[in-house]
Design a protein around this ligand. Structure first.
Ligand SMILES: Cc1cc2nc3c(=O)[nH]c(=O)nc-3n(C[C@H](O)[C@H](O)[C@H](O)COP(=O)(O)OP(=O)(O)OC[C@H]3O[C@@H](n4cnc5c(N)ncnc54)[C@H](O)[C@@H]3O)c2cc1C
Length: 534
């Protein structure tokens, strides 16, 4: 193994959160930015809608705060919401200054859209591809800076803490990585480490997220001793295209907005049985209704039909969906679109304060990986990119003011003497499928205690098997992601079992009402180990 590389700051993740942090640190700092795939492979690039912020003179911080609190169903931390929203204008201005080409109305003013749950027009966007504009611009800016060192196709395995090294004191001092290009394990040490690894939606069979959303940062922080909060709150998008050749393709809510009907396999409409607003009910109600009907009928998917509208209208309003479906043999002007709900956003994560600080000294978590208290029990649309920006900038401020003068300690080389090359990779692919299937069936949109307990037993067996595999065989990217997913699944199941109520995105048939007071679900691996639970 090579000698560890050494940096002032190690940022794991090159999405909106990681790159904003990197670009907000002083040029005097040597910074490593790591991505397990290409630099733009995270969810950031996939964002369509935009970034929420108080940008219009008729809008107010109070109104944006109120909308966020409403969506969060009583579980948002009000100080975190106020902190985020009051920094929205400056954070978005920073993005504009970086050169993100947001859409302008009249060559001067930025065009703002309004999304569900927002009481004002406050979403700044770059047409319907905001994520691409942000990702391309920030990567370009990062490439221009000589103090920023970009590493792609390096996947973090685990964090290294002073405690793990048997040293005095506490604090994160680096991480081990698998270099996917040459398959070697390398260590990187740093005075400060930030997790900006995105969400964990890949733990479910159907997801709108890219493949890498396997909750790696959450799992690494969990194993290192950080508290993880509110992981039972996973946002599901009601309609993702269901087709063996289509991966993670969202059918926008605008299709329902323009009169699309949701249909059972026999062609019957059903939404009005669940909500008087029918197909126009809020996202979580529609997702829950689809899930209910799919489970009741044992159906693989339901259908979204807009073929009663003129073909020209559909081609003009939904060109991307029209083209994509047509390529797969579905003509949306003539037939219904097969759809399933899909896991979309992880509201919970690593517990942090307003500077992105975690429970471990010199370890920060930002973006979808973190739980800042902003989203509570349900995320308000387009608040997530805002959260990435605001907390990355405040983490940069804290790191700048508190960077140690001392180098991080020496890190021992990765010991691979006890492991061999596996010829049983089928175990990994089988376990991937099994995990994501039972999470979908037992821990999905509508939950029962019985199903959650069943999932808890399954996850225990899988963990043992994966741990055994991890101890005996050389690490691969798939194995590392699976190991992280099984930890995340365990945290989600335990969190869901702990919540004896329905609130926001967590809906239990056994506890259909909310409790009078809202509490966070906080879990710690250390504590569970002390109880003999892990
Ligand atoms: C289809 C879609 C549409 C969306 N639309 C919007 C929207 O309009 N507005 C909005 O606010 N939000 C939207 N979101 C959510 C938003 O895009 C994400 O919450 C946000 O981009 C997360 O940014 P991030 O920087 O935290 O993580 P990501 O952008 O997901 O980046 C994660 C990074 O971490 C790296 N990484 C992960 N694990 C490891 C590891 N083990 N080792 C090394 N590197 C690792 C990845 O390679 C990647 O570089 C959308 C999401 C999706 C999927």
């Amino acid at each position: 193994m090579n000698q560890p590389l050494s940096f002032d700051v190690l940022i794991i993740g090159s999405g909106a959160a990681g790159l904003t942090l990197a670009l907000s640190l002083p040029d005097s700092m040597d910074v490593a930015i790591i991505s397990k795939d290409a630099l733009d492979a995270g969810s950031t690039r996939w964002a369509q809608g935009g970034v929420a912020g108080v940008l219009d003179e008729t809008d107010t911080v109070e109104a944006h705060v109120d909308d966020t609190l409403d969506a969060g169903a009583g579980l948002c931390h009000e100080p975190a919401v106020k902190f985020t929203v009051s920094h929205s204008q400056a954070a978005i201005q920073w993005l504009i200054d970086q050169g993100v080409p947001f859409t302008r109305e009249d060559g001067e003013h930025f065009h703002l859209t309004r999304e569900g749950g927002h009481s004002a027009r406050r979403i700044i966007h770059a047409a319907d591809a905001t994520g691409i504009a942000i990702s391309d611009t920030l990567i370009q800016r990062a490439r221009e800076k000589s103090n920023l060192h970009l590493f792609d196709h390096y996947i973090a395995i685990d964090l290294i803490t002073r405690e793990k090294l048997g040293l005095d004191g506490s604090g994160c001092v680096g991480a081990y990585f698998l270099n996917k290009k040459n398959k070697s394990v390398e260590a990187i040490r740093a005075k400060s480490v930030a997790l900006a690894t995105g969400g964990a939606s890949k733990v479910y069979l159907y997801t709108s997220n890219p493949d890498g959303a396997s909750g790696d940062g959450i799992a690494m922080a969990w194993r290192a001793g950080c508290r993880i909060a509110n992981m039972e709150f996973n946002q599901f998008h009601p309609t993702c295209l269901y087709h063996p050749m289509a991966k993670s393709f969202l059918i926008t809510e605008a299709v329902r907005g323009e009169g699309g009907h949701l249909l059972l396999p026999d062609g019957d409409r059903f939404m009005e049985r669940f909500d008087a607003r029918g197909e126009l009910a809020p996202r979580d109600i529609v997702a829950r209704a689809i899930d209910h009907e799919m489970k009741r009928l044992g159906a693989d998917c339901l259908y979204l039909d807009i073929s009663h509208k003129p073909a020209d209208f559909l081609k003009q309003h939904f060109p991307t969906i029209y083209e994509r479906c047509l390529k797969l043999g579905i003509d949306i002007t003539k037939e219904p679109i097969p759809v399933v709900p899909a896991s979309h956003y992880t509201c919970g994560g690593v517990v942090t304060d307003e500077y992105g600080r975690t429970d471990i000294e010199h370890l920060y978590a930002i973006g979808e990986t973190a739980c800042t208290g902003l989203h509570g029990a349900n995320r308000l649309a387009s608040n997530s990119l805002l959260e990435c920006l605001v907390y990355a900038r405040s983490a940069a401020e804290h790191i700048t003011q508190n960077l140690s003068q001392l180098d991080a300690p020496e890190i021992p080389v990765w010991d691979a003497s006890q492991v061999t090359n596996s010829d049983e990779n089928v175990v990994i692919s089988h376990n991937w499928d099994e995990l994501r299937r039972f999470m979908w069936d037992y821990v999905g949109i509508v939950r029962t205690t019985k199903r959650l307990v069943r999932a808890k037993h399954r996850v225990k067996l899988l963990r043992q098997e994966i741990q055994e595999f991890y101890s005996h065989y050389e690490v691969t990217s798939d194995l590392l992601e699976l190991r992280n997913l099984v930890d995340v699944a365990e945290i989600i199941i335990r969190s869901a079992l702990q919540r004896k109520e329905s609130r926001g995105l967590h809906y239990s048939l056994d506890y259909p009402a909310p409790l009078p007071r809202a509490f966070d679900t906080l879990l710690s691996a250390k504590y569970l180990k002390e109880l003999g639970e892990l």
